[in-house]
Design a protein around this ligand. Structure first.
Ligand code: MN
Length: 198
C-alpha cells in the first residue's frame, strides 16, 4: 500500500463514510502512466483532467473541457492530487459532500511524456514544476498531443490546456459535444444519475 502526503488535501476534503469516492491506497501502477478526463456535473459542469505522475493523479479542472482546435486555449485550474484508483471512478457524489454531483469517465488510457529540453526528456514532475507540460494522450476518444501551460506563476492557479498543432488538430470539431458518453459504461451523465435514484 502506497500512501502519499500529497493525498492529504484529497482526504481532508472528503468524508468516506458518505461519498462513494475511493479513499486511495490501492495504487497499482500498470507500467505506462495513465490519464483520465472525468466529466463532472458539480455546482457547475466541468471536466477534470488527471495525469498519473509519481504515484498520484495530478489534477486540473477544465470548465469547458478539451478542444481539438489549437486556437482554443482552455482554462485549467489545478486541484488537489487524487489517488490512482480514482481513475475509473464513475458515479454520484451525494448532496452535501465535497464536489457533489455526477461523475462520468469521459476518456481514459495511457499517456506519453513528450517534454524535452535540449534534446533530453524531462520528467513530468519537473515539467509541472516548470509550468510547461506536454503529453500525448492515448485515450479511447483522444489520441493526440496537448500542452498545459501555467500563465500566472505567483498564484499558481491559472493554467491553460492547449491543443498542440499536430495531425490530431481539428478546428471543425467540438469533441465534448459530439461524444458526451462514458468510455467505461457508454452511459450519459443523466443515465448515471438516474440509476442512483432507484
Ligand atoms: Mn471536479
Amino acid at each position: 500500500m502506497i500512501d502519499t502526503d500529497s493525498l492529504k488535501d484529497y482526504r481532508t476534503k472528503r468524508d468516506f463514510h458518505y461519498t462513494p469516492e475511493p479513499i486511495g491506497g490501492q495504487n497499482v501502477s500498470s507500467g505506462k502512466p495513465r490519464f483520465v478526463i472525468q466529466k463532472h456535473a458539480a455546482s457547475t459542469l466541468h471536466y477534470d483532467l488527471r495525469l498519473e505522475v509519481e504515484g498520484v493523479l495530478k489534477s486540473w479542472a477544465i470548465p469547458k473541457g478539451p478542444s481539438t482546435d489549437p486556437r482554443q486555449k482552455r482554462l485549467a485550474i489545478p486541484t488537489e492530487d487524487h489517488p490512482l484508483d480514482y481513475i475509473d471512478f464513475e458515479g454520484v457524489i451525494p448532496k452535501g459532500a465535497y464536489g457533489a454531483g455526477t461523475v462520468l469517465v469521459w476518456d481514459t488510457g495511457t499517456y506519453e511524456n513528450i517534454n524535452e529540453e535540449d534534446g533530453e526528456t524531462i520528467s513530468m514532475a519537473e515539467a509541472i514544476q516548470n509550468g510547461n507540460v506536454k503529453f500525448w494522450l492515448n485515450g479511447k476518444k483522444i489520441k493526440q498531443g496537448f500542452a498545459l501551460i501555467r500563465t500566472n506563476k505567483a498564484l499558481n492557479k491559472r493554467w491553460l490546456l492547449i491543443k498542440m498543432n499536430d495531425e490530431g488538430a481539428n478546428i471543425n470539431q467540438d469533441i465534448v459535444a459530439t461524444e458526451p458518453q462514458s468510455v467505461l459504461s457508454g452511459r450519459t451523465l443523466e443515465e448515471i444519475a438516474d440509476k442512483k435514484k432507484i
